[in-house]
Design a binder for this molecule. Structure first.
Ligand SMILES: [Zn+2]
Ligand SMILES: [Zn+2]
Length: 181
């Protein structure tokens, strides 16, 4: 379906450098399809393609990139078709939308009982979904006590990723600019 093997957010990184997403993509898609069927919903071809694209892009895909990538595979796909597929995947808890980046990421968890915590790197736009149940339970309780309710099940925190933290400290270290020996 998707012949390109490059990582969309980081074209220098081939897909196979993200083993948890690329090995087992078909299995993950089959699992998602079975989960939808169990809920009386259907993972149609276009929905499956959108999900596959997101599984293969561990750092997520911006809405307009996603549209462009789907159009490569399906020239006839209209934006509303793709957005409806995304809405479906979000409803089925298979995909999350990161509002601050207008970015879509595949869910890395088997199932969702509670909201998810997303660390969004402001430098490279990398997104990490944390599975800290205790943190999220405590947050939900505090929110409820304050009389507030989460607007969406994605809680986003701006936080530099390890790579960008490393890059920042390398720059600070006595003017070291590169790794030339
Ligand atoms: Zn999730
Ligand atoms: Zn980063």
């Amino acid at each position: 379906m998707f012949t390109t093997k490059t990582n969309l957010m980081n074209p220098s990184l081939p897909d196979d450098q993200c083993p948890q997403f690329t090995t087992g993509t078909t299995e993950a898609l089959d699992r998602a399809e079975a989960a939808c069927r169990a809920r009386g919903a259907s993972l149609t071809a276009i929905r499956r393609e959108v999900l596959e694209l997101l599984y293969r892009s561990p750092t997520g895909v911006k809405a307009y990139d996603l549209l462009a990538r789907i159009k490569e595979a399906r020239p006839g796909a209209s934006p509303p078709t793709v957005y409806r597929a995304l809405d479906f995947l979000i409803e089925q808890c298979l995909v999350h939308k990161i509002e601050r980046m207008n970015l879509f990421v595949a869910c890395r968890q088997a199932s969702h009982q509670i909201p998810s915590l997303f660390l969004v790197c402001p430098k490279c736009s990398g997104v990490t979904e944390l599975q800290e149940q205790s943190v999220m339970s405590a947050l939900s309780t505090s929110l409820a006590e304050a009389g507030h309710r989460l607007e969406s099940p994605e809680v986003e925190i701006s936080a530099l990723c390890p790579k960008c933290v490393g890059a920042a400290s390398a720059q600070c270290a006595d003017g070291e600019g590169g790794a030339l020996g």
